[in-house]
Design a protein around this ligand. Sequence first.
Ligand code: CMP
Length: 140
Amino acid sequence: MAIEYTFSIIKPDATRRNLTGKINAVIEEAGLRVVAQKRARLTREQAEGFYAVHKERSFFGELVDFMVSGPVVLQVLEGENAVAKYREVMGATNPANADEGTIRKLFAESIEANSVHGSDSLENAAIEIAYFFAQTDIVG
Ligand code: CMP
């Protein structure tokens, strides 16, 4: 299996409850390594650009409002099969459907306040990482 890089966001519902360390512990326990990390307040423009694929969806406005409602932690994760592995570790988008032990089952409040984002493909991981990080920010 190849070493991959995926992109993660610890969302405002999680930073509000001071859960960054607990979420990182689940990430690390799963064998993924945090190789870049920065805490930020997204601008509306950044959030709209990041979620542009969802702009026709009914929840787009609320999603952007939520993502700018507090600090986030932007991360690059490294590991074998990192894209699929992190999606497994996160659990289903809706925490009501998430498996035991996943980040969303442990911590998420709702489908919107679902604590974390992770890239859905290797291709999108590269796009999302480049949206927030320079190559020199990533220290493997
Ligand atoms: P995320 O992986 O960050 O990608 C898009 C986000 O939209 C998703 O996680 C959810 O948090 C959010 N969202 C809000 N409402 C819905 C909904 N009804 N269906 C799917 N995603 C939703």
